[in-house]
Design a protein around this ligand. Structure first.
Ligand code: PMP
Ligand code: GLN
Length: 389
């Protein structure tokens, strides 16, 4: 029989699913895939119930229900002074994943170059390649995940259509600074490119840092697609409600892709998220502070065991180098070993690189109850104390 699509056949199942299945199989503490173990605001669950009963459960408008598009525009104005017209500049998607896919399909033509930073979120590369784009990968340098500016500039050319840019960044926990954004913006202008900006962790920022959307910088309003997600803002990762803010011309071409991908997103979920954005601001601004405390707890525990912990200023994730513990195999082997022998599951960071020449880092997820984080630290301490005894 004829072969299936070769790009997709080449990628396999995502690392998050693979590690969660392994965690279930071995009944471990799962600090791999990024999802909180506490629910979001209870009034949003009530709002969801109410919306399910009081409004039609039929196709909502393709661009999203007006309540949510208005709430997104108001949110962007409140937090970033970003004025957006909800009718022409805001669209609801089925999670940031769909927003990213629709944006890539809307911009990328076969043969276009797309610039991406490594390490990178797992859906970026397959979707860029499936759209026919040529990925131009630029590696950020640990431990601070610095941008190598010369390399970045060399990655741009007349063939570059866009950059796919994630701040705050998964898996690095980096929040890009105003200076970095300004220099990046200069490159976009110089090479006449767009930016697909994945900002799903916008409210999960620590240490007094500020998330700055690239779209708010001078000259960037017509070039940037800002993508955010209720999954992260409200700890409801299963809801899969995302939203895009972009200039009318950009949004209308993204809407063409969206209409053929999913057409729309469940209306009751949209209404509950609209309620949350308007009414639960206190909750989602507190979430960053709560997560910062969890980061501190896990970091202290992992350091005391002997891991080399890399800086983390945002998201759900912390990266560690396990070599100081005397483990000399790669990160995939280390993750399997931790699952089977220590009862804790994490993610190999090499899965978030295109090549496998970086294999000494693993990613821990800390959006879990303190007792779960403490139990994981306890399992690891006991295991490594015995191993080195
Ligand atoms: N982008 C990044 C950087 C992510 O970590 C995730 C995972 N939640 C997504 C996009 C996908 O978000 P959603 O669940 O809203 O599709
Ligand atoms: N964003 C989550 C992570 O990085 C996982 C999302 C998913 O499983 N698709 O772990």
């Amino acid at each position: 029989m004829k072969a299936f699509n070769s790009t997709l056949a080449g990628f396999g199942t995502t690392v998050f699913e693979v590690m969660s299945r392994l965690a279930m199989q071995h009944k471990t503490i799962n600090l791999g895939q990024g999802f909180p173990d506490e629910e979001g605001p209870a009034p949003m669950l009530q709002a969801l119930d109410d919306a399910t009963r009081q409004f039609p459960n039929q196709y909502p408008p393709m661009m999203g229900v007006p309540e949510l598009r208005q709430a997104v525009a108001a949110h962007d104005g409140r937090f970033y002074d970003l004025e957006a017209d909800w009718q022409t500049e805001v669209m609801v998607c089925s999670g940031a994943t769909e927003a990213l896919a629709a944006s890539i399909l809307a911009l990328v033509e076969p043969g276009d170059d797309v610039v991406l930073f490594e390490p990178l979120y797992d859906s970026y590369l397959p979707m860029v390649k499936r759209a026919g784009g040529n990925p131009r990968l630029v590696r950020l340098e640990p431990p601070d995940w610095r941008i190598p500016w010369d390399e970045l500039e060399a990655a741009f050319s007349d063939k570059t259509k866009c950059i796919l840019f994630n701040t705050p960044m998964n898996p690095t926990g980096k929040v890009f600074s105003h200076d970095e954004l300004t220099t990046l913006g200069d490159l976009l202008e110089k090479f006449d490119c767009y930016a697909i900006c994945d900002e799903v962790y916008e409210h999960l920022v620590f240490d007094g840092r500020d998330h700055i959307p690239l779209i708010t910088l001078p000259g960037m309003r017509e070039r940037c697609i800002r993508i955010a997600s209720a999954g992260k803002t409200f700890s409801m990762t299963g809801w899969k409600v995302g939203y895009i803010t972009a200039a009318p011309a950009l949004l209308s071409i993204i809407a063409r892709a969206h209409q053929f991908l999913v057409f729309t997103t469940p209306p009751n979920l949209q209404r509950a998220v609209a309620y949350g954005l308007d009414q639960e601001q206190e909750w989602y601004t507190q979430l960053g502070r709560d997560l910062q405390a969890k980061r501190d707890l896990l970091e202290k525990g992992l350091r005391s065991i002997g891991f080399d912990v890399l800086p983390c200023h945002s998201t759900y994730f912390m990266n560690v180098d396990f070599r100081p513990l005397g483990f000399n195999e790669g990160d995939v082997e280390f993750c399997r070993y931790l699952t089977v022998e220590a009862g804790v599951t994490v993610v190999p960071v090499s899965a978030l690189y295109a090549s496998d020449d970086i294999d000494h880092l693993v990613r821990f997820c800390f959006c879990k109850r303190d007792e779960v984080l403490n139990a994981a630290i306890e399992c690891l301490s006991t295991h490594f104390a015995e191993r080195t005894a």
